[in-house]
Design a protein around this ligand. Structure first.
Ligand code: ZN
Length: 463
């Protein structure tokens, strides 16, 4: 199948040019002005549109167990929703159970995704235990294309690992080239604060935020970066939420360290007041790290502008309000942690970033596609519009108006964190490896067509 995308403006992380894009089978074969249409080619008219690389969401949790329930989207519903929003690749998280091998977790998550994923997907491995050949397991995972590992400095007795484990994992990546991703919050301190709050009868959703202070995030970010510096390796901070934490990353980067961090739309656009909504609705905004006071938002945008933050991902981890969030009705610590966002990332960052004049069009592409591809070992196959790259392309309509709502979204969850947000700019047509999977609000893809992405170690963003 040959496809010619004509009359559009091709936007990459580094350039904006009127150009046509020729796609042969699954890949881009030519990019240039006024390309002729080969006989029999399908033509897509992109006049008035931007042609951008498909979005890459490097942080999602589909079909994930948490606190006795499962995240509401599985690989089929979650990746279909992602596609509607212009995201054509995700990197989800497999979770090593304590006392088990990473290979078991990888097999489990491959089974979850196989036959269901509508777009290409990679996997990070969450490490909970390095006893019993854990370090060898890490090397084994890298050979399977799991080129990144996530460790938790929060959630004691569940996911948290100690500093020795973190340092061993970091040190191992000096050899195997993987990247360590850190959930950076001081979980031990937070647990003491939580116990005190509960003892005082403070059980409402707002206490989820009030028991996780920004300094607990900043302290852990500082410690993570210090340990990475001692080990002589890069580190990537996931879902950075506060100015305090950002300052730690900036300080490290100013010293030339390969420290990287992502933030998420919720931290850029929502604030702590959401957790005070009446009728327990604050629970819809319970995720970790928590929402912060409004003053943090412009600092995070500033971080994106100046490359102290490199990536926007979603941490998509939806739980329905009616029958899942409600588990924490009498105790905020029982509220499943997570919120939906996989579908709205590009819309929100384009509207509140590009339209608002905070970031350039190229920077928008960079933080939502190109840099995650580089950092996580998918570049230039993903995140680029050039001959040889996968034809993961979004025909982006900069004038399309869209109101975000649970009534119309495609995520399998009964609320939206961005209900009623009106945005201008949306994906019109979405191609994944040359196949049109979304066109004008119609889903044309198939569950199971998405392929596992074997990612390369040392993606190269720090070279
Ligand atoms: Zn997460």
């Amino acid at each position: 199948m040959t496809t010619l995308i004509r009359n559009g403006t091709v936007v990459t992380a580094s350039s904006t040019n009127p150009a046509d894009v020729l796609v042969e089978d699954e890949r881009i074969s030519q990019v240039g002005p006024a390309l002729g249409a080969p006989a029999g080619a399908r033509i897509i008219d992109a006049a008035g549109m931007y042609v951008i690389p498909g979005g890459i969401d490097a942080h999602t949790h589909l079909d994930m167990p948490f606190g006795g329930t499962m995240s509401a989207d599985d690989f089929e519903t979650g990746t279909r929703a992602a596609a509607f929003g212009g995201t054509t690749s995700i990197v989800d998280f497999a979770i090593q159970g304590r006392g088990t091998r990473m290979r078991d977790a990888l097999d489990t998550w491959w089974k979850k995704a196989d036959g269901r994923s509508c777009i290409d997907y990679g996997l990070h491995m969450i490490v909970t235990d390095l006893a019993n050949s854990g370090l060898e397991d890490m090397d084994d995972m890298v050979d399977e294309g799991v080129a990144s590992f996530k460790l938790f400095m929060a959630y004691p007795n569940v996911l948290m690992v100690d500093d020795a484990t973190i340092f061993k994992a970091l040190s191992r990546t000096a050899k195997n080239g993987a990247l360590i991703c850190m959930h950076a919050e001081n979980g031990s301190v937070i647990d003491v604060i939580i116990a005190k709050a509960l003892a005082e009868g403070k059980t409402a959703p707002i206490y989820h935020a009030l028991t996780r202070p920004p300094r607990a995030e900043a302290e852990a970010v500082h410690r993570a970066i210090a340990m990475a510096e001692i080990a002589g390796v890069p580190v990537y901070i996931v879902h950075l939420s506060s100015e305090d934490a950002l300052n730690q990353v900036r300080e490290a980067r100013d010293r030339g360290l390969p420290a990287f961090a992502e933030t998420c739309p919720q931290y850029l656009l929502l604030s702590i007041e959401e957790l005070e909504r009446p009728n327990f609705e604050g629970a819809k905004y319970v995720f970790t790290p928590p929402l912060r006071p409004k003053e943090h938002q412009p600092k995070l945008w500033d971080g994106l502008q100046h490359d102290d933050l490199q990536v926007v991902s979603t941490d998509h981890c939806p739980f329905c309000f009616a029958d899942q969030k409600i588990l924490g009705k009498d105790d905020f610590t029982k509220i499943p942690n997570g919120g939906p966002g996989i579908e709205n990332r590009l819309q929100l960052i384009y509207h509140y970033g590009v339209n608002a004049g905070k970031i350039s069009l190229n920077r928008f592409v960079e933080i939502t596609s190109t840099t995650p591809a580089r950092i996580f070992g998918m570049y230039p196959r993903k995140g680029e519009i050039a001959p040889g790259s996968d034809a993961d392309l979004v025909i982006w309509d900069p004038d399309a108006r869209y109101t975000i709502s649970a009534q119309t979204h495609h995520m399998r969850v009964d609320y939206s964190m961005f209900e009623g947000f009106e945005v201008r700019g949306n994906a019109r047509t979405v191609l994944s490896r040359g196949e049109i999977i979304v066109d004008n609000g119609q889903f044309l893809g198939k569950p199971g067509r998405g392929r596992y992405l074997k990612r390369a170690a040392r993606g190269g963003a720090w070279k």
